[in-house]
Ligand binder design. Sequence first.
Ligand SMILES: Nc1ncnc2c1ncn2[C@@H]1O[C@H](COP(=O)(O)OP(=O)(O)OP(=O)(O)O)[C@@H](O)[C@H]1O
Ligand SMILES: [Mg+2]
Length: 368
Amino acid sequence: MENASIIQFVNVTKTFADDTIVLDNVSFEIERGKFYTLLGPSGCGKTTILRLIAGFIEPTSGEVYFDGKKINHLPANKRQVNTVFQDYALFPHLNVFENVAFGLRIKREKKSVIEAKVKEALSFVNLSGYENREISEMSGGQRQRVAIARAIVNEPKVILLDEPLSALDLKLRTQMQYELRELQRRLGITFIFVTHDQEEALAMSDEIFVINKGKIQQSGTPIDIYDEPINRFVADFIGESNIVKGKMIEDYLVEFAGKRFTCVDGGITPNEPVEIVIRPEDLEITKKGAGKLEVTVHSKLFRGVHYEMTCRDVEGNDWLVHTTRKVDVGDMIGLDFEPEAIHVMRFDESEEDFDRRMEQYTEEEANG
Ligand SMILES: Nc1ncnc2c1ncn2[C@@H]1O[C@H](COP(=O)(O)OP(=O)(O)OP(=O)(O)O)[C@@H](O)[C@H]1O
Ligand SMILES: [Mg+2]
């Protein structure tokens, strides 16, 4: 029987010749038929993960599994994986048809089979009729589609996409995001997509792995990661955040900006220093004295649909607020928010520590 996971990394570490650790004890599972995104800043190890999956490099330690079988040493051409590279890596001297047909010709497929499969792949990416075009006569978005057709024609179980949209302008990029997501749904195969663009990751993925410095900081659905960032790196990297220092008084009670607030977090040692995240859209402007925080409007920028304001509280913390209300720089106003809007983070807590704390805390809750 097929198990749900198609790829599994178990304690994978990768170091290169000079002993710098590029991936540090990384473990994760990729399930069949989902759209995954590896998200993180330049140099964090995203491409290295793809290269380990594709078989271009081997792990220094740890295991890589595909379909339940260990594949650490399996050569790239024996893996049921195809890669779409950032620069597409198309063959400039071959036309569209031959670019897509390339892998099938290497496998010595019959002419009639090649014709039927290339035709189908091109129709999947809306390029029917472009068979005889030269690559040099194709636009950036069309080249992108040829590169995808070349990957799907081999019917791999997994497609790896390394920042495939970064060369496109914003409008085309947004269109291709929809197209890729739609294509993944229609094909029903696993996509592992790399980007350093957080909005792109949020818009496209079933699951996101947020990576920094060779470690997975957090994994989860876009909503999980946006709503419940587990550390400062994730909170800062995903969306816009207000992050201020505070202190946990006890379960459900936290102190910051010189006041105590009811919150929904627990399982943290009393009086432990913590960081507080509140998303700008969770802050509501009120009249002076009517909110939970008293602030002065420090700056204001018009962003087309809303104003983006920074407000300063008595302790000197800056609060980013989005509003359509008319307020002026120098105004004293109140800020209101729900207990659920307060996200309490321990300093540098890892995903495992966070999971362990949650488990323990909910058990204690259950036991009264
Ligand atoms: N063959 C190699 N030898 C030595 N160091 C390498 C090698 N390949 C990658 N690295 C280093 O490993 C780290 C991670 O590289 P990787 O290409 O995985 O980053 P990335 O997350 O894909 O970044 P980007 O967003 O810039 O593409 C970098 O510091 C890089 O310099
Ligand atoms: Mg890269």
